[in-house]
Design a protein around this ligand. Structure first.
Ligand code: UGA
Length: 449
């Protein structure tokens, strides 16, 4: 099929590249001309595992192209994915102005009927407004627009794998014809008719994805309800960690045992510095806002948000308690990205930690395998090192902020010889407290004192 993707941010690029890899012909456009020029020249604006190779192979096969001309992109396909940003406003409400702008572009530039698919995360009822806007903005009364919601459940860092091996594909539609078209788009995935770029064609056996057809409102709600539930789960684990500290229990033992119950599940019970990124914090806020707007009490989500914000305070309390005086100390921050396997630092707990340390007069020396460039743009005064051991040299303490595998595998015996003081404050519970103490470290983590 021919498919247009509007918005070449994270979601748009992954969606466009993976759909092209699955055999479709994709044209991508973006309001940011520089980004399009970079993509046209073979550049890669984001770091995501496997994405660069997929873009290279689909470009070579002539199945993906980039244009700054939205009109041309819109006219080239009957099926359009909207993948633009929906950032939070001050109130927590999602800012839908980019969706509105794209609706106007589609309505004025289209010369034939279109199926317009919301891929951006949007509050419930956006699809209905989108269809109304498309009809209102067009000057050609004979043109028809159908709208579908197709929420994405991709995780940064494993987005390509998630795309090709989803648990579920949710499509919210108003007409059977739209559901049939959506199924056609995802047929290669549903029938495993693709060369898997992650497993090089040798995918491990797994459960087949469920293709769920719902109403548009339900599809939109599924996305917010899923992300908010996961965020709630993390905050729950974090409160358990606080309890463990007070009572004298080990949060890893508690959450491990809890997670073995299939009704609870093991994932997203990792206590620590809390969640960040451009999805959970904003989706939680938008969901709370939506619930309040329709008069539904969703205070448990507000509590989850509050608990998450307090993680940074609790981490810094540990830092202050261990160091006594923070001002003037040389501190090695390990990890800047909001989680491992991404260069994304948006709403990263690590950056908030860095900001507060700078405010308190510490000298911050930081390391991250992918996110240094992005962090440098925000905090040019920090000293950055590709090599974590260089960040640790002469440090008064190591502060672990992101769960990168390379940090998990650090040789602390070696690091200990480089540091001015053998002190580690671990915001991600990466190491065994016993092992760290055996190595002569003063070691603090969450819920395991
Ligand atoms: C999240 C969802 O997991 C995806 O399903 C969804 O598609 C995506 O948002 C989105 O809406 O676009 P993502 O933001 O990439 O994906 O990151 P997650 O892997 O979910 O992690 C979010 C944050 O929670 C990270 O800061 C991570 O460090 C933290 N986390 C995660 C914990 O603190 N504890 C855990 O146990 C798990």
């Amino acid at each position: 099929m021919r498919i247009t993707v509007i918005g070449c941010g994270y979601v748009g690029l992954v969606t466009g590249a993976c759909l092209a890899e699955a055999g479709h012909h994709v044209v991508c456009t973006d309001i940011d001309g520089e980004r399009i020029a970079q993509l046209q020249a073979g550049g890669m604006p984001i770091f995501e595992l496997h994405l660069e190779e997929i873009l290279a192979s689909t470009r070579k096969a002539g199945r993906i192209s980039f244009t700054p001309d939205a009109g041309e992109a819109i006219r080239r396909s009957e099926t359009i994915f909207i993948c633009v940003g929906t950032p939070p406003r001050e109130s927590g409400e999602a800012d839908l102005s980019a969706i509105d702008h794209v609706a106007r572009q589609i309505a004025t530039e289209a010369r034939s009927p279109k199926l317009v698919i919301e891929k951006s995360t949007v509050p419930a009822r956006t699809g209905i407004e989108l269809r109304r806007a498309l009809t209102a903005y067009t000057r050609n009364a004979d043109l028809s627009f159908r709208v579908a919601s197709n929420p994405e459940f991709l995780r940064e860092g494993t987005a390509v794998e998630d795309f090709f091996h989803p648990d579920r594909i949710v499509v919210g539609v108003e007409e059977d014809s739209a559901a049939a078209e959506m199924r056609e788009i995802y047929r290669p995935i549903l029938e495993h008719r693709f060369h898997c770029p992650v497993h090089n064609g040798l995918c491990p056996p797994g459960k087949d994805a469920e293709f769920l057809v719902t109403t548009i409102n339900s599809a939109e709600l599924i996305k917010h309800a899923s992300n908010s539930f996961l965020a709630l789960k993390i905050s729950y684990a974090n409160v358990i960690a606080d309890l463990c500290e007070k009572i004298g229990a080990d949060v890893e033992q508690v959450t491990h045992a809890m997670g073995l119950d299939p009704r609870i599940g093991r994932q997203f019970l990792q206590a620590g510095l809390g969640f960040g990124g451009f999805c959970f914090p904003k989706d939680l806020q938008a969901f709370v806002y939506l619930a309040a707007a329709v008069g539904v009490d969703f205070d448990i989500l507000k509590a989850a948000e509050r608990v998450n914000k307090q993680r940074i305070d609790k981490f810094l309390e540990k830092v202050r308690k261990a160091l006594w005086v923070v001002k003037g100390k040389r501190l090695a921050v390990l990890g800047l990205a909001f989680k491992a396997n991404t260069d994304d630092t948006r709403f990263a707990p690590a950056l908030e930690v860095v900001k507060r340390l700078i405010d308190e007069g510490a000298h911050v020396h930081a390391s991250d395998p992918e996110a240094i460039l992005k962090a440098k743009a925000v905090f040019p005064q920090v000293h950055y090192y590709e090599d974590p051991y260089e960040a640790l040299r002469e440090a008064d303490a190591a502060l672990v902020c992101t769960e990168w595998e390379c940090f998990r595998k650090l040789d602390w015996e070696r690091a200990g010889k480089l540091m001015a003081r053998k002190l580690v404050i671990d915001g991600r519970n990466l190491y065994s407290p016993q092992r760290m103490r055996e190595l002569g470290f003063e070691y603090h983590s969450f819920g395991r004192e």
